[in-house]
Ligand binder design. Structure first.
Ligand code: CA
Length: 234
């Protein structure tokens, strides 16, 4: 039976890692989310799920508690210890309240008790991603920035920035994918007194080192003699 189109299309295209060993449950969740426009990757055991989650690139992880090879709590703990801030929704059995509470101690962001309705799962996923990106305007592709905490987020990694780097990234994000002129970046970063091109280049270099260099695809593009812009990943 065809499902109605998603009421908030902006949330479609979100990348979900589903770690669930029960085949029927995994297939149901996968089918439902893909029909709603999500991009789903699936692992059927904890060790494989951890390896996949460590690679990054997901907006949210749906994690079963009871998994072969590595359980959901251990997976979540190791992910957090490695510095990954990707939101985690834990799936638990009805009788495992203690495990559910432990899940939060291990770094899960929310939980659902089995059996659950699939629209409820989707509502939780959307709410988690919204909390992660409180200002929806400050995101471009896999990169987002929270000006309240001076923290960029890319592919599940939290990247603390200086106030100056944050101001430059915020300006690029607000105008993305348009080019931001050098003069405007200088004005936003240094105020009306301004600075010289060398100082701007130094700060953009530092910003790129943080938000581009650790990842496969650079997003900050220099437009010679004009300015900088954020490009979309291929
Ligand atoms: Ca299980």
């Amino acid at each position: 039976m065809p499902l109605p189109p998603s009421p908030t299309p902006s949330a479609s295209g979100l990348r979900v890692l589903l770690v669930e060993d029960e085949h029927d449950i995994a297939a149901n969740i996968w089918d439902f989310l893909e029909r709603r426009g999500y991009v789903v990757d699936h692992c059927a055991d904890g060790a494989g799920g951890l390896a996949r989650a460590m690679q990054g690139g997901f907006d949210v992880v749906v994690l079963d508690l009871g998994l072969p090879r590595l359980d959901g709590l251990a997976l979540c703990r190791r992910l957090r210890e490695a510095g990954h801030g990707v939101p985690v929704l834990m799936l638990t059995a009805r009788d495992s309240l203690d495990d559910k509470l432990r899940g939060f101690a291990e770094g899960a962001d929310d939980y659902l008790v089995k059996p659950f309705a699939l629209p409820e799962l989707e509502a939780r996923l959307r709410a988690m991603v919204r909390r992660k990106h409180p200002d929806g305007g400050l995101a471009h592709g896999p990169l987002s920035y929270d000006p309240h905490t001076l923290t960029a987020l890319r592919e599940g990694r939290r990247i603390p920035l200086t106030r100056l780097q944050g101001a430059l990234l915020e300006t690029l994000l607000r105008d993305a994918p348009r080019i931001v002129a050098h003069a405007r970046l200088i004005e936003r970063g240094w105020g009306p007194a301004g600075t010289d091109m060398a100082a701007l280049q130094t700060q953009v270099y530092a910003l790129r080192t943080l938000v581009d260099r650790p990842f496969a695809q650079p997003l900050i593009q220099s437009v010679r003699g004009v300015g900088y812009r954020l490009v979309s990943p291929a």
